[in-house]
Design a protein around this ligand. Structure first.
Ligand code: ATP
Length: 262
């Protein structure tokens, strides 16, 4: 049995019955401990909804989400969420203080806090920027701080919702490579959402492609056993890209065709 398991998960908005808007229908998803799982899917298919359910921000309308044998009911310190953009940093705190913040909330002493935050700032390449405030840092630097702040707690599960979506292509590539080396051997189980097939192939152990909504679920899964770090120019990379593009492209076309007809 998986470390995390979605079984027959439905999610709808609005009152039950015909007027409810069905977002997810019968979603089955299983993540092994330490696995890096990437969800791809056309816009609006329910990727963020699935992540929010695992985060405990929402409850399933039907079915169960179980982690280590316990049903997920609410947010917890064992699951850390990293969002797109940098709005979640506290602008009145320095980079170092932002990374220390979750440790302060859990009662870790000042010296230990400083030491652990400094270690993570250094791991994300910002050892010399700890005293700066968010407005003095670039988008990529702020995203690195978000990652350091998430990882400083040693949470066993990381939930990343298009964390690099707002960054330029070069910074994005660098942060993808950094995330691979940070996560490699960390033991963390990661659910990562993106629209970007190349990003998914760089990062994932497994990729799930979701159907176009409404009532979406995982259509196809791809296990990637290419060694890391992965070479974006390799034949194997191109072959994986092609296989996934075919499945995802079909779902994206459904959405585009529907939007054109509306
Ligand atoms: N609070 C809400 N009330 C009603 N519908 C909602 C609500 N939040 C999201 N939705 C709808 O649920 C569907 C799935 O949204 P979700 O954000 O999970 O999709 P997504 O796959 O992450 O999309 P994207 O790739 O565009 O970010 C969308 O059609 C969206 O409009």
């Amino acid at each position: 049995m998986g470390f995390i398991r979605f079984s027959g998960v439905d999610f709808h908005y609005g009152p039950a019955g015909s007027s409810a808007v069905s977002i997810l229908k019968g979603l089955e998803l299983e993540l092994a401990q330490g696995e890096f799982y990437v969800l791809l899917g056309p816009s609006g298919c329910g990727k963020t909804t699935a992540l929010n359910l695992l985060a405990g921000f929402e409850r399933p309308s039907a079915g169960t989400i179980v982690m280590e044998g316990h049903a997920i009911g609410e947010p917890g310190m064992d699951r850390v969420v990293i969002f797109q953009g940098d709005d979640s940093l506290y602008p009145w705190l320095t980079a170092q203080e932002n990374v220390e913040f979750p440790l302060r909330m859990t009662g870790v002493g000042a010296a230990e806090r400083r030491r652990r935050a400094a270690t993570w700032l250094s791991r994300v390449g910002l050892a010399n920027h700890g005293q700066k405030f968010p407005h003095q840092l670039s988008g990529g630097m702020k995203q690195r701080i978000q990652i350091a702040r998430a990882l400083v707690c040693d949470a066993p599960v990381l939930l990343m919702d298009e964390p690099f979506g707002a960054l330029d292509a070069q910074t994005r590539t660098i942060l993808q490579d950094e995330l691979v080396s940070i996560c490699n051997g960390s033991g963390a189980t990661v659910l990562f959402i993106t629209h970007d097939i190349a990003e998914a192939i760089i990062l994932a152990d497994r990729i799930g492609v979701m159907r176009a909504g409404p009532g979406s679920a995982v259509k196809d899964e791809f296990a990637l056993d290419l060694p890391r770090p992965r070479n974006r120019g390799s034949v194997e990379f191109a072959a994986a890209y092609d296989r996934i593009q075919r499945v995802l492209g079909e779902e994206v076309r459904k959405v585009v065709t529907r939007e054109a007809a509306a």
